[in-house]
Design a protein around this ligand. Sequence first.
Ligand SMILES: *Cc1c(COP(=O)(O)O)cnc(C)c1O
Length: 240
Amino acid sequence: MVTNPLDEASGTGEASLAGRLARIRSEITRASEAAGRDREPELIVVTKFHPSSLIRDLHALGERNFGESRHPEAREKVHELHELDEVTWHFIGQIQSKKARQIGRYIDVIHSIDRVQLVDALVPLHTERERPIEAFAQLNLTNDAARGGAQLDELLHLAEAIEASPVLTLRGVMAIAPLDEPAEAAFDRVVQASERLVGTFPHAVDRSMGMSGDFQAAIERGATHLRIGAAITGKRPIAT
Ligand SMILES: *Cc1c(COP(=O)(O)O)cnc(C)c1O
């Protein structure tokens, strides 16, 4: 396990976890006020590649929403940390169809539903799960299918499948801003897609967008869920 000696949860400086978390929280508040938002978006701290001990520290600092992007790493953390109160686990990474059902056994929210095949793969869980999985239809903001996400013209069809699933409830749209264009322009396209989605599914108002480098722009454009990793956790350990 990799831990940074500067990451003392008890500290308050920029070099500490608590200091970085406090700074991001206050930036979220400031950006929400500047945008005239009456509710702040929900912060999901992305803890992928970090050890469970970091999630414990974040929990002690009051965080309850954690984002993971890989199975089985996510499953191991959920099991190891099952005694933590009131945690909501978010899956944000690309999902192989053959892994979908395993992920659906332990996760509360999936942000990365990007094809009908995944929806179908989750259906058998309806006899096992007590509560539905909250689901976002992921929109691909590039022309590169390998990036994950449905193209805009497939999004409504995907949302219909999610809505019809006995295992999933549709929350809204998720997207990752591409690196090769301004985040503002990318998020404007998410807003358009979101408005279209809400036209057909009036309850599906949520927008999961905004990461360490672009969350202020996402807040301006109505993000309801921010997925922030490195700006809070510090640099990720190298993926293995
Ligand atoms: C890793 C990741 C994030 C967090 O990115 P940071 O730049 O570390 O804030 C957000 N969303 C997704 C889908 C990710 O994979």
